[in-house]
Design a protein around this ligand. Structure first.
Ligand code: GLN
Length: 453
C-alpha cells in the first residue's frame, strides 16, 4: 500500500477514536496528505529511505514552521512557529509524514498530562487512568495506534514514564545527542528529545534520523551517530547488569516489582550476569531536581511577557499591567508554582542554600553513576514506582506527584541515556522496565531492548 493509504488510515483512526483519549492538540491533515504524496513519488522513483512515507506525530513542544506550536499552554495557543526545530526538520528530511501535534503537560511540567491547557490525556488501556506526562499525548497516540511513532522530550522522565504507563517503548538519549534547537525550553541543562514507538527497532530508526551535531545548539555533541539498527541483534552474553538496591525500596508497587524481577530473570536467560549495586544519593534526586528544573524554568519562561509573541491580555493599562495580566492569565497553576519556586531558589540570600546545594547534589548523583558504570554495563529497574494512577488522584498534591518521578530524574541530572520498554502488567495496567546506560550507549540500550522484546 502507498504512504497516502497508510496516512489516510491513521488520520481516520485519529478522527474516529481520539475523542476518547485527547492525545492530539492539532491534526495537520492537509500537510500529512501532501507529505504522503511526496513520499509516494520518492518511493516510485526508487529513492526511498527506511522512514520514507511513515506517518509520525510530534509533541507540541517542537516548533513546526507555519503550524501552531502551543507547548500545552494558553500562553502559546495562538503561536504559529516561524521556524522549524532541528528534530522535526531531520525527521521530515528522513521522509516522515506529519500527522499532527500531540498533547502534553504545559511547558512539559508534569507527570500525568493533567496540566495541559487542552485537557488531560486518557490512557488507552483504561481511560480512568492517566497516560503519564509530560509526553502523554505522544504515548497515548502510539498505544492507541493513532500513529506508528511520535517524538517526545524528557527533562525528568517525560519520555520514559508515559511510555511505561502506556505500554510502549521510549528512549531518552544522552544529553547533547539530539539538538534542542526549536524545542521550547523547560530546563535547558536537562531537556533532551527522543523517539516513542512500538518497538526498539522502530525507535532505532527514528533516533538515527534525530541525532547528531547541530551548529545551532552549542550543547549538541560532535560525536558520530552510531548505526543503531546494525547492532540490534548483538548477543547479550556476558552483559553485566546492575540492579540498584535503592530502586526496590519503599513505595514500589508489588505488582511492578514482580514484573521487573521477571524481566531480570529473562535477561539472565539471554546471557546477562546480574549484580546488586548501590546509587546511594538517588533518594536526593527529587529535591535536587525540583530546585534545579524550576530555577531554569523561571529564567526560560521570562521571555513570555505578552509583548513579543504569545498570549496578551485585553486592554492593558500600562506596561506593568500588561506583564502581570498576560502572565497571570496565560500560565496555568503548576507553571506559576514552578516560576515562584525557581525565582525563590535563585534569589540573593537563598541562592547558596538552595540552588548551589542542589548543584552539589547533582554532582554526587552523577558520581554514583560513574562508579556504578565501573562495575556494570547497564543499570536495570522500574521506570515508575506504580502503574498509571487514576486521573485526579494526585492532582491536588504536588509532592505526591513529584515522587512518581523518583526513578527517572537521576538519569537527567547525570545526563545519561535511559529507556523504558514494556514488561508486563500490574492490576491490568502496563509496567515499564527501565534501562540506564553509560554516556552514548544508546546502541547498547536499543540492542538489549530488542533482544528482550
Ligand atoms: N515530571 C517531571 C516534571 O514535572 C518531568 C517532566 C519532564 O521530563 N518534562 O518536571
Amino acid at each position: 500500500f502507498s504512504s497516502q493509504e497508510l496516512t489516510r488510515h491513521y488520520l481516520d483512526r485519529i478522527q474516529r477514536l481520539d475523542n476518547q483519549f485527547n492525545s492530539f492538540i492539532s491534526v495537520t491533515e492537509e500537510r500529512a496528505m501532501a507529505d504522503a504524496a511526496a513520499a509516494d513519488q520518492r518511493i516510485q522513483s526508487g529513492n526511498a529511505a527506511p522512514l520514507t512515507g511513515i506517518p509520525i506525530a510530534h509533541k507540541d513542544i517542537f516548533c513546526t514552521q507555519g503550524i501552531r506550536t502551543s507547548a500545552g499552554s494558553r500562553m502559546l495557543d495562538n503561536f504559529i512557529a516561524p521556524y522549524e526545530s532541528t528534530v522535526t526538520a531531520n525527521l521530515a528530511a528522513a521522509g516522515t509524514v506529519l500527522l499532527g501535534k500531540t498533547n502534553m503537560d504545559e511547558f512539559a511540567m508534569g507527570s500525568s498530562n493533567e496540566n495541559s491547557y487542552y485537557g488531560a490525556v486518557k490512557n488507552p488501556w483504561d481511560t480512568a487512568a492517566i497516560a503519564g506526562g509530560s509526553s502523554g499525548g505522544s504515548a497515548a497516540a502510539v498505544a492507541a495506534r493513532l500513529t506508528p511513532a511520535a517524538t517526545g522530550t524528557d527533562t525528568g522522565g517525560s519520555i520514559r514514564q508515559p511510555a511505561s504507563h502506556c505500554g510502549i517503548t521510549g528512549i531518552k538519549p544522552t544529553y547533547g545527542r539530539v539538538s534542542r534547537w526549536g524545542m521550547i525550553a523547560y530546563a535547558s541543562s536537562l531537556d533532551q528529545a527522543g523517539p516513542m514507538a512500538r518497538t526498539s527497532e522502530d525507535a532505532a530508526l527514528l533516533l538515527q534520523a534525530m541525532a547528531g551535531l547541530d551548529p545551532k545548539d552549542s550543547t549538541s555533541v560532535d560525536q558520530p551517530v552510531e548505526d543503531y539498527s546494525a547492532r540490534l541483534n548483538d548477543s547479550l552474553d556476558g552483559l553485566r547488569i546492575g540492579i540498584p538496591r535503592e530502586f526496590f525500596a519503599d513505595g514500589l508497587d508489588s505488582g511492578v516489582e514482580q514484573c521487573i524481577r521477571d524481566a531480570i530473570a529473562e535477561l539472565e536467560k539471554l546471557g546477562a550476569r546480574v549484580t546488586e549495586i548501590s546509587l546511594p544519593n538517588s533518594q536526593l534526586s527529587v529535591p535536587a531536581y525540583y530546585v534545579i528544573a524550576p530555577a531554569e524554568a523561571s529564567s526560560n519562561l521570562s521571555r513570555f511577557d505578552g509583548v513579543r509573541y504569545g498570549y496578551r491580555c485585553d486592554n492593558p493599562t500600562d506596561l506593568e499591567d500588561l506583564y502581570t495580566r498576560s502572565r497571570g492569565e496565560g500560565f496555568g497553576a503548576e507553571v506559576k508554582r514552578r516560576i515562584l519556586v525557581g525565582s525563590y531558589a535563585l534569589s540573593a540570600g537563598y541562592y547558596d542554600a538552595y540552588y548551589i546545594q542542589a548543584q552539589k547534589i547533582r554532582r554526587l548523583i552523577k558520581n554514583d553513576f560513574v562508579s556504578a558504570f565501573g562495575q556494570v554495563d547497564v543499570i536495570v529497574g522500574p521506570t515508575a514506582p506504580t502503574p498509571a494512577f487514576n486521573l485526579g488522584e494526585k492532582s491536588d498534591d504536588p509532592v505526591a506527584m513529584y515522587l512518581s518521578d523518583i526513578y527517572t530524574l537521576s538519569t537527567n541530572l547525570a545526563g545519561l541515556p535511559g529507556m523504558s520498554i514494556p514488561a508486563g502488567q500490574s492490576a491490568g495496567r502496563p509496567v515499564g522496565l527501565q534501562l540506564i546506560g553509560n554516556y552514548f550507549s544508546e546502541a547498547r540500550l536499543l540492542n538489549i531492548a530488542h533482544r528482550f522484546q
